[in-house]
Design a protein around this ligand. Structure first.
Ligand code: IYR
Length: 225
């Protein structure tokens, strides 16, 4: 067993109570402005901004610090087109056959359909993979822990980082997503988690009104004091 070594937590920063309250308020305001967007502009986005957002995602707390994620950032038009075609094929199956009525009813207020033109139009598609296990140079497997939780937290940070930088996102989950392994040449130990579309919103982009309603604090939290 390797012995743990500890270093001072020198990056920690405490704020005076007023400033702490103000920061909490301002952060809520910032994230409450985020909307999931389905109408993207084809305006190019700085690769450096995406790189910094990915580095932010990579700081997520995760199981045993094994960082069980991989992000494939797609901007090549031909590949975006193939991803769109494969995703739309799955979505047609979903909307026309697989989805139970209750699910379609839940989705109705969002106005989604099998057409996914944004997969070609948005400048970046970030395919997020869960690394189910690692592989040592000798080929043996490294067990990973809390993979879905870890990748979910990293994805939340990624979405927030992109929003903070002024970009819009769409969490897209065509199901099943196995085609992403094939199109992107990812190995068997990686499982697609979701496809994050990012870019500028189309000018005049609209978002579903129904999604504006967020539950009040009393509905999402219980304080036991
Ligand atoms: N994956 C489909 C359906 C869909 C499912 C849920 I749950 C959503 O919140 C939104 C869409 C699609 O992308 O259209």
């Amino acid at each position: 067993m390797p012995k743990p070594t500890f270093v001072p937590y020198s990056t920690y920063k405490e704020y005076p109570p007023d400033e702490m309250a103000e920061r909490a308020r301002a952060f809520h305001q910032l994230v409450a402005r985020r909307r999931t967007v389905r109408e993207f502009s084809d305006r190019p986005v700085s690769r450096e901004v995406v790189e910094k957002a990915l580095l932010a995602a990579g700081t997520a707390p995760n199981g045993a610090n094994l960082q069980p994620w991989h992000f494939v950032v797609v901007s090549r038009p031909e590949l975006k087109r193939r991803i769109r075609e494969a995703a739309e094929a799955e979505e047609r199956e979903f909307y026309e056959r697989r989805a139970p009525r209750e699910w379609l009813e839940a989705l109705a207020p969002l106005g989604t359909d099998p057409q996914k033109p944004f997969l070609e139009r948005a400048p970046y598609l970030i395919a997020i993979f869960e690394r189910r296990y690692g592989i040592r140079p000798d080929g043996t497997r490294i067990k990973h822990y809390y993979v879905t939780e870890s990748v979910g937290i990293a994805t939340g940070i990624l979405i927030t980082a992109l929003h903070h930088a002024g970009l819009a996102t769409l969490t897209h989950t065509p199901s099943p997503m196995g085609f992403l392994n094939e199109l992107l040449g990812r190995p068997d130990n990686e499982r697609p988690f979701l496809l994050l579309v990012t870019g500028f919103p189309e000018e005049g982009a609209r978002v579903p009104e129904a999604a504006l309603r967020k539950k009040p604090l009393g509905e999402i939290a219980t304080f036991v004091e």
